[in-house]
Design a protein around this ligand. Structure first.
Ligand code: SF4
Ligand code: SF4
Length: 71
């Protein structure tokens, strides 16, 4: 994994349930063009720094969403 400054979704774990998308205050989450996974747009995700807690992670039933990482 290369450097990852924003939250991100592991495609192999995402079951495309749509639970995460509506809770994102930045509208950063959407279905990938393949419809095989959801994706977080790094240009939009601000890691929920302006709200009290990260909203997307608790919604995911398969723990497919991960916080920022560095390699
Ligand atoms: S961390 Fe916050 S801003 Fe980023 S995708 Fe998740 S809900 Fe959206
Ligand atoms: S909540 Fe998790 S499994 Fe559902 S669409 Fe989002 S990332 Fe995929």
């Amino acid at each position: 994994m290369s450097q990852q400054a924003t939250h991100w979704i592991e495609p192999a774990k995402c079951v495309v349930c749509d639970a995460c998308r509506p809770v994102c205050p930045r509208n950063a989450i959407s279905a990938h063009a393949t419809d095989a996974t959801y994706v977080i747009d790094p240009a939009l995700c601000n890691n929920c720094q302006n709200v009290s807690a990260v909203r997307c992670i608790p919604q995911c039933p398969t723990n497919a969403i991960f916080p920022p990482q560095t390699a």
